[in-house]
Design a binder for this molecule. Structure first.
Ligand SMILES: [Zn+2]
Ligand SMILES: [Zn+2]
Length: 275
């Protein structure tokens, strides 16, 4: 049995000294938990049956790091993205956006994202989030890459943008919406990324939607170091924990772990074309 973590941030374990990253808390989060060796994290995941992982970028610099990080590591691939939280940093930064776009041609880059709209936190103004999202759609279209979407409290604005770019495939990562948004995603051919939130949510609507994701559309992810599944709440999330989410979902959906592992892994291989 093999599982695939389609969304993690383990490359940031090694970004500690990068001046660009000081204000950004993900590396600090890893280090505060005593995690400083990404290869040990990967080895533990592989030993636990998590044979492949996708490292997801959130800024230009973070995406560069992810692309470099995956080159000599056979179990991992990179996605390049500008998170909606970070959009304001790049609104007028033409040179940085050019450097970002150039990453799409690098080996082992399998997707564009995470990108999208986050109106829950609204760390960047909505108009800027939209602008940076359009930029990433155009990049994905130009390179024929699938996209990893982060959409929170913003589906009403997201769908009209998505519908302007025919032929785009992708995943709504960290899906926690209801059956309504599930159907909107499925009718557009998108995959649904489920993570540890499922194991601890008290929102019945989220669980109902998770039950109804067709087997051919479900992807597993951790979003490590965030969103640790039960029963390890309070500790840092690692890619190996994708198994806990898989076990929970198999139980919820009335399937065996092996069934869920098989189809979710096949979906990941099909969407991201990793081998
Ligand atoms: Zn996200
Ligand atoms: Zn993420």
């Amino acid at each position: 049995m093999q599982l695939i973590d389609t969304h993690c941030h383990i490359h940031e374990i090694i970004a500690w000294d990068d001046a660009d990253r000081e204000e950004y808390s993900v590396t600090a989060r890893w280090h505060k938990s005593g995690i400083t060796d990404p290869d040990a994290v990967i080895a533990t995941a592989v030993n636990g049956g998590v044979t492949r992982m996708i490292c997801v970028g959130c800024t230009v610099e973070d995406s560069q790091l992810a692309v470099d990080f995956v080159q000599k590591r056979p179990e991992i691939w990179a996605s390049i993205g500008i998170h909606p939280h970070e959009a304001a940093r790049y609104a007028g930064a033409r040179k940085k956006l050019d450097a970002f776009a150039a990453l799409a041609a690098r080996p082992k880059v399998v997707a564009v994202g995470e990108c999208g709209l986050d109106y829950y936190y609204e760390h960047s103004p909505r108009a800027v989030q939209l602008k940076i999202l359009h930029f990433q759609f155009q990049l994905a279209q130009a390179y024929g890459l699938p996209m990893i979407f982060h959409v929170r409290d913003a589906f009403e604005d997201f769908w009209p943008v998505f519908d302007q770019y025919p032929g785009i495939s992708g995943v709504i990562h960290s899906f926690t919406a209801t059956e309504k948004e599930l159907h909107q995603a499925l009718e557009r051919g998108l995959y649904i990324g489920l993570n540890g939130i499922m194991t601890f949510t008290k929102d019945e609507k989220q669980l109902e939607a998770a039950k109804k994701v067709p087997p051919g559309r479900l992807l597993l992810e951790t979003d490590a170091p965030f969103l640790t599944p039960k029963p390890h709440r309070g500790t840092i999330c690692l890619p190996k924990h994708v198994r806990l989410t898989a076990e929970f979902l198999a139980d919820l959906r009335g399937e065996t772990l092996e069934q869920l592992a098989e189809y979710s892994s096949a979906n990941a291989l099909a969407l991201f074309k990793v081998s």
